[in-house]
Design a protein around this ligand. Structure first.
Ligand code: ATP
Length: 461
């Protein structure tokens, strides 16, 4: 994988496209920006929300035994002691002594040789590799690094009424602990039996020091977490099932599956039984989108130990008691947005030798599902407004009456609107509209009173 700090030319093109069209802006731009922060603009916010809805549909709504939670970002500090984050949530880093660039050691090695498999190396092995192979700094090409230093990724803040009476609390670095500490609550209030799952969409914060390749690695991001609680012994079957469910999610939202791959972890954390990522081939290299992990009974055992609250589950049929195993599958929302944009952004050659910019994404994800375009402002605006009122009750609808119709089609193509509805004299005289398809550019004549049904079928997820 390329060092994540190196943004390829085509990433720059995408960054520019996102900025010009209102998908993503640099965070705090008027102050010169804050590294690794980005703001979602009007179209980006819609795309992000549509991805959340798609995830909800795929992971939660279509599963009888899955429930969504909205837990707090700030949690009792003991949570992070129990989870191991206070002592163990760190990245091994080295600095280039010549140009002072800082790198995550595993990324540095994988960039140097994509076949090196740094993920499977211990820290000592990574340091030995750097020295023996004379790994060079991607920035200044020197081979002169500091020893590995550990850097805790959690953002710490203080809570308290007076300055000298405060406690340290943390911005959560992952959502999962919210699900774990509510396991007993959800079990009781939903009257569930194992296996069942708790999912959550929410912000997480990590003090990432390596540069981020646009929104791939940011210090504030959203995760769509899914935690299965199950009987020990049934975990590996669930693990395989969720590896596939996660893969199917990306296929279902229209990502080109030939650019996806599974990456099984060779080096497992001591409590885990199995772990696998789904990666996408970004312009800067393969990057993780999702992680599926068999976490055994580690998390609930730890919370039992630190909170003193029993996490034992009693099987209602056999009366057997055990601490449930957890199989998680987490989708990174910001990386799903990025992957959707990278995958969908296309500059297409046309027959007349010109090109068109088009965002070929699943209609369900499109920020606007449909655009209403009066052919002539003077004659068709009034009826177009009525059509807008009708459609906007059902779909996210755009309205554009400026410029010639060809230019307006192009503008909608560029932001991924799958259908344009043109209102003209035929609409006034015959109650029909022209519906133009973004991808094929073909036009259908549709009766006004059948338009909502026509579009609903085409947009289905
Ligand atoms: P990485 O190896 O890239 O640092 P990770 O293995 O630490 O990721 P997890 O802790 O498994 O990631 O988090 C689950 C998901 O959250 C990841 O698959 C990714 O999609 C997303 N994610 C993690 N860190 C970031 C980040 N800094 N910015 C954006 N998304 C992130």
């Amino acid at each position: 994988m390329k060092e994540e700090g190196v943004i390829m030319d085509d990433m720059n093109e995408l960054i520019n496209y996102c900025k010009q069209n209102g998908f993503i802006y640099q965070g705090s731009e008027i102050y010169g920006g804050l590294a690794n922060t980005w703001d979602y603009g009007p179209l980006g916010a819609k795309l992000k929300n549509n991805l959340k809805d798609a995830w909800r549909q795929h992971f939660i709504n279509e599963n009888k035994n899955a429930f969504e939670l909205d837990a707090g970002i700030l949690m009792h500090p003991r949570v992070w002691e129990a989870s191991g984050h206070v002592n163990g949530f760190q990245d091994p880093l080295v600095d280039c002594k010549e140009c002072k660039m800082r790198y995550r050691v595993d990324n540095l090695i994988n960039e140097f040789d994509p076949n090196a498999n740094a993920d499977a190396m211990s820290e000592e092995e990574m340091m030995k590799y750097i020295k023996e192979k004379h790994v060079t700094c991607p920035h200044c090409k020197a081979s002169n690094f500091t020893d590995i230093r550990e850097f805790n990724l959690m953002f710490k803040t203080e809570r308290g009424v007076t300055k000298d009476k405060t406690i340290d609390i943390y911005l959560r670095p992952e959502n999962a602990q919210g699900e774990y500490v509510n396991f007993l609550n959800v079990l009781r209030t939903t009257r569930s039996k194992l296996p069942f799952a708790i999912g959550q969409v929410g912000k997480a914060f990590r003090n990432e020091v390596t540069p981020g390749n646009f929104t791939f690695r940011t210090i504030e991001f959203e995760q769509m977490e899914f935690q299965n609680f199950c009987k020990p012994g049934t975990d590996l079957e669930l693990y395989e099932k969720y590896k596939k469910i996660a893969w199917d999610f990306y296929a279902r939202i229209g990502i080109d599956v030939s650019k996806l791959r599974y990456h099984d972890h060779e080096k497992l954390v001591f409590y885990a039984k199995a772990a696998c990522d789904i990666e996408y081939k970004f312009p800067f290299g393969w990057g993780e989108l999702n992680g599926t992990h068999d976490r055994t009974d580690y998390d609930l055992t730890k919370h039992q130990e630190y909170s003193g609250q029993s996490m034992l589950y009693t099987d209602p049929v056999t009366n057997e008691k055990y601490i449930p195993y957890i199989v998680e599958s987490t989708v990174g929302l910001d990386r799903a947005v990025l992957c959707t944009l990278v995958d969908g952004y296309t500059v297409e050659p046309l027959e007349d030798g010109s090109t068109r910019e088009i965002l070929k994404i699943h209609p369900y994800l499109a920020p606007y599902k449909v655009a209403v375009l009066p052919l002539m402002k003077k004659n068709h605006s009034e009826l177009s407004n009525e059509v807008f009122d009708m459609l906007s009750k059902k779909f996210s609808t755009s309205f554009d009456e400026s410029g010639n119709i060809g230019k307006r089609y192009r503008r909608q193509d560029a932001i991924g609107t799958p259908f344009c509805v043109t209102i003209d004299d035929e609409t006034i005289n015959n109650n029909t509209v022209t519906v133009r398809d973004r991808d094929t550019m073909k036009q259908d004549i549709v009766k006004l009173d059948e338009l909502v049904d026509y579009l609903t079928k085409k947009i289905e997820f």
